[in-house]
Design a protein around this ligand. Structure first.
Ligand code: TRP
Length: 595
């Protein structure tokens, strides 16, 4: 058995630390005179020493519990000793634990090692998990509690304590003690506590056995979480292909696309669009003369940022090259349902703003139809309920990581997002293939609805997925650019030239060396440099990009020069985009679907 710690836990609670002590081949006794003597000693000491310092320490150690509006259990136990109650007696190996908790104000969980079969991991709770507490009651968890999991099953939580199944009993022969230090504590202090604990263990005079301190190892790769509303962890796109069950786009498929489009878009050449579902089927149909339509969308909640533009730019290219229709959805209820502080009125403003960005990209008004969920409810709702009837709550719950606290609007929403994938078939009363270009975080929606749409008598939609444009803060921290991460990690399409310049110069993570001399000697690292990474999205010229890569890596191009190139590229694009946005204001009516 190994004991692990996830880096998402470490990141969320950097001051909390964990230790383990293991003792094997023991015989647990009901009581032990030596331990009883220690208890008496401690009871006396507590009554004598409950001074200010104690209170301060308790305050500190209890801060985690208080942030969940719970009291710190040790405080409760101390109070009862102060009121003259005895330290409880359960069995020798449990009593040692009580002793140490009261003496050092830390939380210790004791487990029967034989009841643990797999590796165990300290982790954050996602919220909504269930487990059976030591008193045999079921407990559902809050988000961001600290939990110990065996596989996915929770066996202890910091807020609610250990579970029933690993409880130490009189039959326990191998004991695992876990120390949960709930606030910052020095290594020296920890050593003192562990030493004291082992000393007490040795009071039990266990034959042939010594306590050991198993290592707790930090898991290097955080759990990958990708849902339409949350992207965290280091994004490994190969892993996504496996876990999501999408297919990678290989050379052969690129060549097949090229047959129809001529030289492929740089997003395809550079693997920015990296995966698909059923794209060969869509091409089969196209080759037989059965044209597909495109479907993509944008859920308004803020101004459009450059990350949103990536799938739309590609969609525009597909529309031009294949000469096909595009249905563009603005689900103006989605973010309202998902974000606590967003009001419907705010959404309305951004729906209009976002439309301007789509129109400005040059979509053909004759072939492009905007669907706005609240405005087109009369057309969409009937189809959405047909979808919703075929999806269970448990599917939605696991696909989107929802908990029981999720509002019911959010649970229904995926049915609305499914509708445009077959609405054109409904309207034209014939089966038309659908291709959905989208960023990979939207895949859970279509994974859930592809089968449903087929059951309703239409083709399963095909899809083609892109990577995220990283946030300015860097690949590690900002795997996906998000406007909720703050304005400084994002460039909005409405940012003016000087804002763009400032944001890039100040916030774009650099892969350069700290000094010019070192940079010239050692060179920069384009793979982590955000300005370079952005240029892979926005510099279309392969030869030019290669040049930049090489001069930056060799050190002849400095970070400032690289940033200047990106600033120029973005500002050239944005100046013209913003002019087109202005003109788009008059064109909205041409794009909104007229039912
Ligand atoms: N859910 C998407 C968002 O959060 C909006 C959307 C609706 C969408 N339908 C889509 C995106 C189809 C891609 C493809 O912005």
């Amino acid at each position: 058995m190994k004991i692990k710690l996830t880096s998402r836990l470490r990141k969320r609670y950097p001051n909390i630390s964990f230790r383990a002590i293991l003792i094997k081949n023991i015989k647990n006794k009901k009581t032990n005179p030596r331990i009883e003597a220690e208890k008496l000693k401690l009871e006396k000491a507590i009554k004598k020493n409950s001074d200010l310092k104690t209170i301060e320490r308790l305050q500190e150690q209890g801060s985690f519990h208080r942030s969940f509006a719970k009291s710190y259990p040790i405080e409760f136990q101390l109070k009862s000793v102060l009121q003259g109650k005895k330290i409880p007696t359960q069995s020798a190996y449990v009593d040692i634990l009580f002793l140490a908790e009261l003496k050092h104000y830390c939380i210790i969980s004791g487990h029967d090692l034989n009841a643990i079969e797999n590796d165990i991991t300290f982790d954050l709770s996602d919220g909504g998990e269930n487990y059976t507490k030591i008193n045999n009651q079921r407990q559902s968890l809050k988000k961001d509690d600290i939990v110990l999991r065996e596989n996915d099953q929770v066996i202890t939580t910091l807020l609610y304590g250990p579970d029933a199944s690993t409880k130490i009993t009189e039959n326990t022969t191998n004991c695992l003690y876990l120390f949960w230090f709930c606030a910052a504590i020095s290594e020296k202090e920890i050593q003192g506590i562990l030493k004291d604990f082992k000393q007490n263990l040795s009071l039990l005079k266990t034959k042939n056995t010594v306590a050991t301190e198993p290592n707790i190892t930090l898991e290097s790769s955080p759990k990958l979480v990708i849902t339409p509303w949350e992207v965290k962890g280091n994004i490994d796109y190969n892993k996504i292909v496996k876990e999501f069950g999408v297919s990678a786009i290989d050379n052969k498929l690129q060549k097949r696309i090229e047959k129809h489009t001529g030289p492929v878009h740089h997003f395809l050449r550079r693997n920015i669009f990296f995966a698909h579902r059923d794209l060969p089927f869509i091409l089969d149909q196209y080759e037989k003369g059965n044209k597909f339509f495109l479907y993509t969308g944008r859920s308004p909640s803020n101004h459009t940022h450059m990350g949103h533009m990536i799938p739309w730019m590609f969609t525009k290219w597909l529309q031009d090259k294949f000469g096909v229709e595009l249905w563009f959805q603005f689900p103006d209820e989605e973010k309202f349902l998902m974000k606590r502080d967003l009001r419907l009125d705010d959404v309305e403003k951004f729906t209009n703003e976002n439309m301007l960005d789509v129109i400005a990209l040059g979509f053909d008004p004759k072939k492009t139809h905007f669907l706005i969920d609240t405005r087109h409810a009369n057309t969409m709702y009937k189809e959405a309920v047909r979808v919703a009837k075929l999806i269970t709550y448990s599917t939605v719950r696991s696909s989107f990581g929802f908990t029981n606290e999720q509002n019911i609007g959010a649970i229904f929403y995926t049915a609305m997002q499914a509708v445009p994938a077959f609405l054109p078939s409904v309207l034209k009363k014939k089966k038309i293939p659908c291709l959905i270009p989208h960023a990979i975080d939207q895949d859970p929606h279509f994974r859930v609805t592809r089968d449903v749409i087929q059951k309703l008598g239409y083709y399963k939609p095909g899809s083609i997925q892109c990577r995220f444009l990283p946030g300015l803060g860097g690949m590690q921290t900002d795997g996906k650019m998000s406007s909720s991460a703050g304005d400084n990690s994002t460039i909005f399409t409405v940012d003016n030239a000087s804002t763009v310049k400032k944001k890039i110069n100040k916030h774009a993570f650099s892969g350069g060396q700290p000094t010019i001399e070192e940079h010239k000697k050692l060179g920069g690292d384009p793979n982590i440099d955000i300005s370079y990474q952005w240029l892979t999205f926005f510099e279309e010229d392969d030869a030019k990009l290669k040049d930049i890569y090489e001069s930056y890596k060799s050190g002849s191009m400095l970070s400032g020069e690289l940033k200047a190139m990106l600033i120029k590229k973005l500002n050239t694009f944005l100046t013209s985009h913003q002019e087109k946005r202005q003109k788009a204001k008059k064109k909205i009516d041409q794009f909104v679907y007229q039912s």
